[in-house]
Design a protein around this ligand. Structure first.
Ligand SMILES: [Zn+2]
Ligand SMILES: [Zn+2]
Length: 242
């Protein structure tokens, strides 16, 4: 399985990440990736950049650098039991790759039904594109109920390679989620969640686990550059020359 886009990366601007955007792009190029999404943390994560950083990405970052297409994005935090996030809608709408994640550092676990309500509301939130690392056991939710909603509302579900190291309880849940996404035609993406340049394009654990679980490549949007580009063009109107 070959991944052609890293859809979740952090730069120095997240302030608990340690590489520049250019260092990340150079690493993406070195590993043969065609796309990189820059998805720094927003608002309530300590040390995050303010909204101007994100709204200026269109003018501040080129479409492509060193042959790697750059997707302007963010990783927003889910901050309460209703699935509200910590960035204004207008900021999210200025971006093309908006991930919503729960971080235990900021949000403590509620209960199963509340987590189900949170992800139901995220599914219905038109400003959010991608469901971030949602397999953690202490934040588990009703996958059977919510994943069809991800399909209905056009969400992408991320399989986050670094989670298999930093959130080790997530493996079984992540594979359950991946199987249900395949069943309900919810596109998956594999991402690194790199906080240091050398981790960009490091998908090993995700690929291993998805392969062992028998998830077909056709379920994973970023295994094919043309398919990934077509998806983005349909969503944002942006054109790619592949
Ligand atoms: Zn982070
Ligand atoms: Zn995260």
């Amino acid at each position: 399985m070959k991944i052609i886009a890293d859809t979740h990366t952090h730069t120095l601007m997240s302030t608990h990440a340690y590489s520049t955007l250019i260092e990340n792009i150079n690493e993406a190029k070195k590993k043969g990736l065609k796309f990189i999404a820059v998805t720094d943390h927003t608002g309530t994560m300590p040390g995050s950049p303010d909204n101007t950083y994100f709204t200026c990405m269109w003018s501040g970052i080129p479409d492509e650098y060193e042959g790697v297409y750059i997707l302007r994005g963010c990783e927003t935090n889910i901050i309460d039991e209703n699935g509200n996030v910590d960035v204004p809608d207008g900021v999210m709408d200025s971006l093309e790759w908006v991930i919503a994640s729960i971080h235990s550092y900021l949000t403590k676990p509620f209960d199963f039904d509340t987590h189900t309500k949170i992800w139901t509301n995220i599914a219905k939130n038109p400003h959010i594109d991608v469901i971030g690392h949602c397999g953690e056991e202490r934040f588990s939710f009703d996958y059977e109920k919510v994943i069809p909603l991800f399909a209905e509302y056009g969400k992408i579900v991320e399989i986050n390679a670094s989670s298999f190291k930093t959130r080790p309880t997530c493996k079984d849940n992540c594979m359950k989620i991946a199987r249900l996404c395949t069943k309900h035609n919810v596109p998956l993406v594999v991402s690194s969640d790199a906080h240091f340049a050398s981790d960009v394009g490091n998908f090993d654990l995700a690929i291993k686990n998805l392969t062992e679980a028998g998830i077909p490549e056709s379920s994973i949007l970023n295994t094919d550059a043309k398919r990934f580009a077509e998806y983005l063009t349909k969503k944002t109107g942006r054109q790619f020359n592949l």
